[in-house]
Design a protein around this ligand. Structure first.
Ligand code: ADP
Ligand code: MG
Length: 264
């Protein structure tokens, strides 16, 4: 479903600010894989997401989605294949538009159904059904402006908008990090349900190690632009935060800089 071949990317090459953000990344995801990604600040996690979405083009290497080489395909053309939720709840939705208008916009992007923009009775029913799965009562607020929603509600809506068109790949970049713990927990739970319902191939960056352990069938640890640990299946199920920290120490010879890594 997704293949990343020998991808490297350096910012500000040959200047004093040179930063090797990605160094020879290889990664292959099967359909339905749910990969969680952890790693210290500046490890290259968001850069990897940006290379997959097409908002950055790697210096070296290729990105393949469904066996098609999309390395040079511009972001707007890739957007049909990719659903994305960012850390900022404001980033994924249009505040001055209503809930149903936001959903209609996301729906119109759908490659499979070629729908026109707009809301009709049938579509409104469908939106209600989708919103109902969030258990936030948003199905009764279809004509409310999204700007009036709380951060958690907006992030739940962003998640729905990124997923209900069943994209080939779902990218989540610390999408619960800006929320208070109870809302973050809710969005985490919804993420698990939605990914399972739609069988989405997913990459989720999180600084919350417990979340990375709880969700998904595979876990990747990044450091200094490299993938230093890649664990799947039963081996992942057997992981603990303590084991992860030990693994990091074994591989890198230093303690993990876990200032931002929420351990519990
Ligand atoms: N647009 C940019 N210009 C210059 N340097 C950048 C840019 N984006 C990211 N970087 C640098 O690249 C490295 C990786 O960044 P990033 O992928 O955002 O890390 P992470 O998401 O793992 O915290 C960091 O050192 C960061 O400062
Ligand atoms: Mg980041």
């Amino acid at each position: 479903m997704l293949t990343i071949n020998q991808v490297s990317l350096t910012f500000n090459e040959a200047t004093p600010d040179e930063k090797k953000a990605l160094q020879g990344i290889n990664l292959s995801l099967d359909k339905g894989d749910f990969v969680t990604i952890i790693g210290s600040n500046g490890a290259g996690k968001s850069t990897l997401m940006n290379v997959i979405s097409g908002s950055l083009i790697p210096d070296v290497g290729d990105v393949l989605i469904d066996e098609k080489n999309v390395t040079m395909v511009p972001e707007f053309k890739r957007s049909k294949l990719i659903g994305r939720v960012f850390q900022d709840p404001m980033a994924g939705t249009a505040p001055s538009m209503t809930i149903e208008e936001n959903l209609a916009m996301a729906y119109a992007r759908n490659k499979k159904r070629k729908l026109r923009l707009g809301v009709n009775k049938k579509r409104r029913e469908l939106f209600r059904e989708y919103l109902n799965t969030l258990h936030l009562g948003l199905e009764d607020r279809l004509t409310a402006k999204v700007g009036l929603l709380s951060g958690g509600e907006r992030q739940a809506l962003s998640l729905l908008m990124a997923t209900f068109t069943e994209p080939n790949i779902l990218l989540l970049d610390e999408h619960t990090a800006a929320l208070d713990p109870s809302r973050a927990e809710l969005i985490t739970q919804l993420t698990g349900e939605i990914v399972e319902n739609f069988h989405l191939t997913t990459l989720m960056v999180t600084h919350n190690m417990q979340q990375a352990l709880d969700l998904g069938n595979r876990l990747i640890m990044m450091d200094k632009g490299q993938i230093i640990l890649d664990v799947a299946g039963k081996e992942k199920q057997a992981l603990t935060i303590e084991k992860l920290l030990k693994e990091f120490h074994r591989i890198r010879g230093t303690q993990m800089d876990n200032d931002r890594a929420i351990l519990g």
